[in-house]
Design a protein around this ligand. Sequence first.
Ligand SMILES: [Fe+2]
Length: 272
Amino acid sequence: MKPFQVDASVVSTSLARALHKKRLEQEVENYRHHLEEMVAEQTQQLREALREVERSYEHTLEALGVAIDLRDSSTAGHSRRVFLYSIEIGKAMGGLEHELKNIAMGAWLHDIGKLAIPDAILLKPGSLTDEERQVMQRHVQIGYDLVKGIPFLSNAAEIILGHHERCDGSGYPRGLKAEEIPVGARIFAVADTFDAMTSDRPYRRALPFAASREVIERGAGKQYDAHVARVFLSTPDETWQEIRRETAAIQVFSVAAADDIQALSRLVKPGS
Ligand SMILES: [Fe+2]
């Protein structure tokens, strides 16, 4: 019951201290919030910069693919079709999710080495002499050498080097057999045969799908990887027809090839 004595200066000091503490806490909170905003902003800028880099390499790849098709006029649209066929087979095989990007890029750029083959050989209408054939076959090594030094294409380079290998060892340049050949090149071999047979050539009309299916069926386990051939044969014709329809609508000179590359980017992004 003693009189309650209050020292005004003590109260005032305590209050000032509490207010100061509160102010400091608020400043820390503001600073933290500001930092978060800065991080979010920087992340967004970085994301945009990366997207820009991605876009520029997509355009570079697109231009290369179009250049390859332009160089070899008898195969107009070929790179684009085998690119899409290979992705389709790779996806249907399953377990190749991490390889799809390389498979797709390898198929897209498989004949890049042909850019260095002289017209007299590349565009020769008749059959090639042995010597000319040897020069022509160098396109796989030239393509490999061109691409292997580019980090994001180094795995695709192996497919470029192996795209004329055959499972029975009858291919070139190294005569590799079965699983010695990168899986992307084994997939490509089936896609390539299918496209070659079902496309018009200067010396013959396109053959029906059934005829090319038969060739791939006969060559399964020999020229072609048995599993790849099985997956190809179990895919309905409509899937291949749809790809042909889509690609037929694209002119070689069109920039629509970008759609293919964008499809590739979506394909290799997590969660897509
Ligand atoms: Fe080739």
